[in-house]
Design a protein. Structure first.
Length: 431
């Protein structure tokens, strides 16, 4: 049941089943956690360093890689100390630590691969194209648990932050209602005003409803007042109209873009020009957009190019258009080293300073008596339920299996209890 815990949810057993024609030499553990306000990856690297290092070793064995690199930011002192001590204690000389600078988006896998190896992933490509496999630190910890202890993924470490009374990181059963996670963080802190819930961080997280639940991919739950600028950006229904009427073609969105700076032929301002014209060959460039949000951050007239890109990409996909861009850049652009944006600037520019508070890890076991486990928590097909209403299940028991011949991932009960509903989710009530 292990899937990518960094956001995409790609089934890990498939990711590590590298074709024999592909040569992998490096496994990279991505612990950059570049999203503002989130803390859980660095915290798990610190308290589960043994599992993390073991997970890297297992991924190396699965892929034939001879080298493992754990990428953490220089400022993650506790995590660095713990991981370096574990590597030394275990004698794994083929695993090392790489210290990243504190810039955004250091955790984008294209950026992480370049920082660690100085290799440039081709446009529309994967780390496999340059001999690498990248996994999130929580994914690798889950691999170690699965292999060494036969433990399936039933829990999710996450940070609850933003406009809550007591920001905290904790480990909750998969399927825990987000409302319960917010309650455990002291509840909303918006002076009674309306707020919006994010699954993930402020830059790349998505807005969810009050009925949302914690999934295998949930690295954070964040609250922001409904009037916050980031909420306005995320919910901008008029992005295309605004681009058409107000984009001044200053090119700032292009000049700051991490993919453009890596040498990709991605020019965000040309997409906006194409939107203005109603049609353009440059519109397919949206497939190269990593949706990091720096273009929104830098726009001098507060347009939302990222949102326009999302809408254009959605329309192209609906019309059956596929990504035609496969160029392999020979070098990064010469200004790249001078245009990396510090996370502190991202936090300040997005009016998040007052929410940038500690969120200590609480490893207590919380009593959760009801979980709603969505079937679709992974890339590919949803797993097929193997339980029905009335069944009694134990934590860790299989409740949905991979369909024959499909890309998917198993699901397991996250608490002991009775199955009360099976729809596009499985609801379990505690005993």
């Amino acid at each position: 049941g292990v899937v990518g815990a960094g956001g995409a949810g790609f089934p890990t057993h498939a990711k590590l089943a590298v074709p024999p024609t592909v040569k992998i030499d490096t496994i990279i553990a991505n612990g950059a956690e570049c999203e503002p306000l989130l803390r859980i990856d660095q915290q798990m690297a610190a308290v589960r360093a043994d599992k993390l290092v073991r997970g890297v070793e297992l991924a190396m064995q699965a892929t034939g890689a001879l080298k493992g690199v754990i990428a953490l930011k220089k400022k993650y002192h506790a995590a660095l100390d713990a991981v370096e001590a574990e590597i030394k204690k275990s004698g794994r000389g083929n695993i090392s630590v790489f210290q990243l600078d504190n810039f955004y988006p250091a955790g984008d896998e294209f950026v992480t691969v370049y920082e660690v190896t100085r290799r440039i992933i081709p446009e529309g490509g994967l780390p496999l194209a340059v001999g690498c496999v990248v996994d999130n630190v929580v994914t690798l910890i889950n691999i170690a648990d699965a292999v060494d202890e036969k433990k399936p993924v039933t829990q999710r470490p996450l940070t609850v932050t933003g406009a809550v009374k007591n920001p905290v990181s904790m480990i909750l059963p998969v399927g825990t209602p987000v409302s319960k996670a917010i309650e455990l963080a002291g509840g909303p802190d918006t002076n009674g005003g309306p707020y919006v819930i994010f699954d993930g961080g402020p830059m790349m997280g998505s807005i969810v409803g009050a009925d949302a639940v914690v999934t295998k991919k949930t690295s954070g739950i964040m609250l922001l007042p409904s009037s916050h600028e980031i909420v306005m950006q995320k919910t901008n229904r008029h992005a295309v109209k605004q681009i058409k009427s107000a984009c001044e073609q200053c090119q700032d969105c292009t000049e700051i873009c991490p993919r453009y700076l890596l040498g990709h032929n991605f020019e965000c301002h040309k997409i906006q020009r194409g939107v203005q014209a109603g049609k353009s060959d440059s519109l397919t460039q949206v497939f190269m957009c990593c949706e990091c949000g720096l273009c929104d951050w830098v726009c001098p007239v507060k347009l939302t190019p990222r949102r326009a890109n999302q809408l254009v990409k959605s329309e192209l996909i609906k019309n059956g258009v596929k990504n035609p861009h496969v160029k392999k850049p020979l070098a990064v652009r010469e200004m790249r080293e001078y245009r990396r944006v510090s996370l502190a600037r991202v936090i300040a520019r997005n009016d998040l300073v007052k929410y940038d508070r500690p969120a200590s890890l609480n490893e207590s076991s919380f009593e959760i008596n009801e979980v709603i486990i969505p079937l679709r928590q992974n890339v590919g097909a949803p797993p097929e339920p193997v339980v029905k209403p009335g069944d009694i299940v134990k934590k860790g028991g299989l409740i949905a299996r991979i369909p024959d011949g499909k890309l998917s991932a198993n699901l397991h009960a996250s608490i002991d209890g009775k199955v009360v509903e099976v729809k596009d989710y499985i609801k379990i009530m505690g005993a």
